[in-house]
Design a protein around this ligand. Sequence first.
Ligand code: PMP
Length: 353
Amino acid sequence: MIKNTEINTPFSVQNLVRKTILNMKSYSSARDEFKEFETNMVFLDANENPFSNGFNRYPDPQQKLLKTLLAKQKKVSLNQILLGNGSDEVLDSLFRAFCEPNHDNVITLPPTYGMYGVLADINAIENREILLTKDFEPNVECILKNVSKNTKIIFLCSPNNPTGNSFSDESILYLLRNFNGLVVLDEAYIDFSSKGSWLSELDDFPNLVIIQTLSKAYGLAGLRVGILYASEEIISVLNKIKPPYNLNTSSQDIALKKLTQNTLTAQVKKIISERESVVKSLQRIEFIKQIFPSDANFILIKVDDATLRYNQLIQAGIVVRNRSNQPLCENCLRITIGTKEENSQLITTLKSL
Ligand code: PMP
């Protein structure tokens, strides 16, 4: 067990929240004050245009229908859900609710999703970067050694972007048990993973925050719907700072329809089987030095010269992501799994280089 004398206070949401947020009164919108807005009433309360066009009314600020469906499907309570304009918005809300600018810090584990660091910068929060190990696992000992009394959040991305692997359950569990701030587990790619979500553990860990999104497996990146699951206490803090109408009417309606149809599995199965066949084809290409195992809808590969190969692909009309500037990712390209036709175009091009 790691001893860190700076962190001996027990976990408490109230102790973690920024003082101004703790003491503030949140904005109460017209639609918040009168909640039964779906019934047939005369609405003269929100300064809307009265002429119907499908969008003249403000959307439901509580996103009740969407949350009710998600709660049922994911077996959590409605009050354990926060919805945002993409997961980037809910991630940002964690900084604004829990991190005191120019005072607190968070821990991120490069190479990982770049927005954690960007959001730290935007919110004037120190970002303590602890590299993943060589096999892309969290270095738990080093992470806990770097925790101070002002460390509010540890960001874990599993399956991790850009490496594609899922973190071991032991590492996640260890951090949940030994860190008294928030452990944010970004499960953006969980539907492509052979490992299950940590959502079923939510009630056992008051410091666990899980982020999911409709942008990947659900195929709704353009709709912008991100989901944060946490304890009711954490959600009620985040609700205090949520912009009242952060999920527009179309996003709520279309997300509801898509989640009801439940077409997720067929597409996900196709993407996973394409991933396996792309890996097989990549193995036969000489300048590809390493193909990292993937639990996501993309593959990280190490090539002889990433910038050269990236530019050659661009010339052939194929855009991948050059991740060479990330630590541990020298000469690495991240390739998203496309349709069968797109993938074979990629493989044909790579073979011809
Ligand atoms: N988390 C991870 C790990 C991601 O890779 C991404 C997007 N690339 C996001 C979150 C953001 O997703 P959203 O579209 O929901 O904002």
